[in-house]
Ligand binder design. Structure first.
Ligand SMILES: O=C(O)CCC(=O)C(=O)O
Length: 325
């Protein structure tokens, strides 16, 4: 998928872009069901609501027993980080249009995955927002980058994306972003409370140069992209009878990979989730995970035999077909 000139212009101007219709229903609907069941102790949202509707205190108590990191995946969240082991969720990464867009936003065909995470909030249990509307503004660069932001944002930022699994409307706690803030960091940087690659603003009202925050509403199947240098914050649900869920993947340029390392406790290469995913996925996704591309001299016949043993069931045809001579 080729972004239009207007979309690219919006990205450069705002540091934020929602691209509609990237994922068809047959891809986003099963992923929504999987993240709901993962979020709600095996139930769908409708089943969870029916079970807990009249017992908000009890459901909040159950939420409090969920370890904080797992709450990122919902009130009773289980899997959080990519690879989640939820097939329909992890395989969203295989959508070529999606990867094409990430490449265009990063200005290179050689992109790498920094991190992936389910991000799920639900109105009754949600506490992931600040008390006052001027609080909580920050950027996420420090999640995957050790280096503070640089004025050459297109070269050094990374891209966060949320694959939108159901419609997110105004009353469903859409993220608030300050358009254009990804290019304003030189003026902000001396006046922030930040660590390492991150940055947080104690009081948005002190930063008059920033544009008014806007809500990122989006339809199911779209993808919300934002620069890792973009200032944003969470807001409460205006309607507590809503959930808000997406699958997030963060990409960086291959030539930033030395210092783009996530701080999150991701499943390692030898976990069953990773091994199963990588055995089944596409050569393009393996490339995004850092494997050599088909045609690389690594892939000799002997190497392919070792791969077949190491990753049972992996389709080696693309590597064999691209082998020289
Ligand atoms: O939930 C939101 O809208 C904002 C989340 C957030 O600030 C973050 O992911 O860093």
């Amino acid at each position: 998928m080729q972004l239009t000139d207007e979309q690219l212009e919006t990205w450069r101007r705002d540091g934020s872009l929602v691209v509609p219709d990237v994922f068809p229903p047959e891809e986003h609907a099963p992923a929504l069901e999987a993240v709901e069941r993962n979020a709600y102790g095996g139930l769908t949202y409708a089943e969870y609501r029916a079970k807990w509707e009249d017992a908000p205190t009890e459901v909040r108590r159950a939420y409090e027993q969920t370890p904080p990191l797992q709450r990122l995946a919902g009130p009773l969240g289980k899997a959080v980080h990519f690879p989640t082991g939820l097939d329909a969720v992890d395989r969203l990464l295989e959508n070529d249009d999606y990867l094409d867009i990430a490449c265009q936003l990063l200005g290179t065909p050689e992109i790498r995955l920094g991190y992936g995470q389910i991000f799920f909030r639900e109105g009754v249990t949600d506490t992931r927002y600040s008390e006052h509307p001027w609080e909580g503004y920050h950027l996420d660069n420090g999640t995957n980058a050790q280096l503070p932001p640089h004025p050459d944002w297109e070269r050094y930022n990374y891209v966060l994306s949320g694959i939108i699994l159901h419609d997110i409307e105004e009353d469903g706690a859409p993220m608030l972003v300050c358009p254009g803030s990804h290019k304003q960091l030189a003026s902000l940087f001396g006046r922030h409370q930040g660590r390492a690659g991150g940055l947080g603003l104690a009081d948005l009202r002190e930063f008059e140069e920033l544009a008014e925050p806007v809500p990122v509403t989006a339809k199911a199947g779209s993808v919300a992209f934002r620069s890792s240098y973009l200032i944003h914050a969470a807001q409460p649900f205006a309607n507590k009878n809503r959930q808000r869920g997406w699958m997030g993947f963060h990409f960086h340029r291959q030539d930033n990979a030395d210092w783009c390392k996530t701080t999150r406790p991701v499943p390692g290469w030898t976990t069953p989730e990773y091994m199963n995913f990588v055995a089944k996925t596409t050569p393009r996704v393996r490339r995004v995970l850092g494997w050599p591309a088909p045609g690389d001299p690594y892939y000799t016949e002997a190497a392919l035999q070792r791969l077949a043993q190491a990753y049972p069931g992996m389709d080696l045809t693309p590597y064999r077909s691209a082998m020289a001579g």
